[in-house]
Design a protein. Sequence first.
Length: 297
Amino acid sequence: MLGTNACTNDDSAGAGTGARPKNAGLPSTPLVVKRAVDSTLQARFPKDIRTSGVLRVAADPNYPPSAFKSSSGKIIGVGADFASAITAKTGLRFEWVEVPFDGMLAGLKAHRFDASWSAWTVTRERTEVLNLVTYLEGGTSALVKAGNPKGIEKPLDLCGRTIAAQTGTTQAQGNMDSLQHQCKAAGKPAIKPMIVPQQTNVNQAVATGRADAMLADNTAVAYQGKLQPDLFKSVDTILLSPEPVGVAVPKKDSQLANALAATYNALIADGTYAKILKRWDITNAAITKSQVNRVTS
């Protein structure tokens, strides 16, 4: 059975401890990309999409930094920036269809839209029913208090520390257990898990010093560090259980999947890809090549 969450079991990892601060240093509008249509890339897309000039794309705009809404109601985030870049590169206009994540698989199967622009972890199970076009390397990162007072820079620095995570997540289960084994093998003291039900409580535990660090999705950790730099610092040198993340298209639409992969690779080659990741402070999630259905586990 397919999971209902995009990256890990934790879709709320971007939740803050309060309102978004002013001057948080984060983009509030989609990236503006100079139009330079590549006719060769455009020709790779299915004929019906080229004829209409439109890509109908599903998004659940509630998960920063992947996709969320600005104060003016526009969809922004990493996904929106890639949409702008792909429009500039192919001439195809994106038409957003707002869909809860748990409704996207059914929508893809019914062809109510061409692709799901959510961040789908690429698993063997999912590739049996979907084509997943990789664009990020997902995984778990650590968030610490601003200034990193405990000097946490690598996984073994977490040993002997109080580490917070949200109940039921990959971080609270698989990652925490794996780290416990690593600490034991290295002769270091055990991690002290602090497992709490809400992600906002996890963040608050770090902010107040009750926890030395917390574990969550790498892009959400980076976003939180950027959102509230007076409270938090993301530890980019820690990336646990890396797995590719992709956008989804129906299993039968291999032409569209291959066209999107080729377009992502063009954006990687011309530097636009790196610019987008830097804009959202998630450069540790970069890949070197977009592929269709790249499964690592």
